[in-house]
Design a binder for this molecule. Sequence first.
Ligand code: G3P
Length: 226
Amino acid sequence: MKIFLDTADVEAIRQGVALGVVDGVTTNPTLAAKAGRGFKETVLEIAEICPGPVSAETVGLEADQIVKEGRILAKWAPNIIVKVPLLAEGLKAVKQLTEEGIKTNVTLVFSPAQALLAAKAGATFVSPFLGRYDDIGQEGMQLVRDIVKIYRNYDFKTEVLAASIRSPLHVVEAALAGADIGTMPPKVLEQMIQHPLTDKGLASFLKDWETVPDAKTVFEELEGRR
Ligand code: G3P
């Protein structure tokens, strides 16, 4: 499963990429507003820090306008993915952009029927928002499972990008469901690293290590001081 960061916070992306486990980035207009700087400079910086796909969202509501915006965004950097909302006009735009070889991420997907249409339009990625679906009392993970199943049934190449992830459990369940990608806030990636038993085990290993007769000299050698 690929891991994307769902943020426009350049520093958080830099730290995530340095961990060596981040494969891409997704942004949206809300995240861009939170970053509090120019959208273009932010996206360009992100696209340079992260060599993988970086989604940047269109804001037009007519197919022609979305296509125009998409062509421009795609020229900003070779790894930019044009994020398009799931609207009838958005589907038309995705079809056109796909024909032009521009990669797309269809966003704000809340039903398998919508996801089926996104794949038919040729979307590179589809983004079901599982957390927001949970928020209205529905089962977000079932949405991911259904989309994965439909895409496998028909061998669609569109990748399932589980979005609106709120916890490490969401990531694990999306992975079990077969999602190709999970996009998550940096906080969730940090939480995935943590486990109290890891901390407890490490503390006891380090304590016991001090009683090993040559601990000090071995440590010095490992540190390159010997
Ligand atoms: O980027 C889209 C999506 O991941 C948003 O998540 O937490 O605002 O529902 P959230």
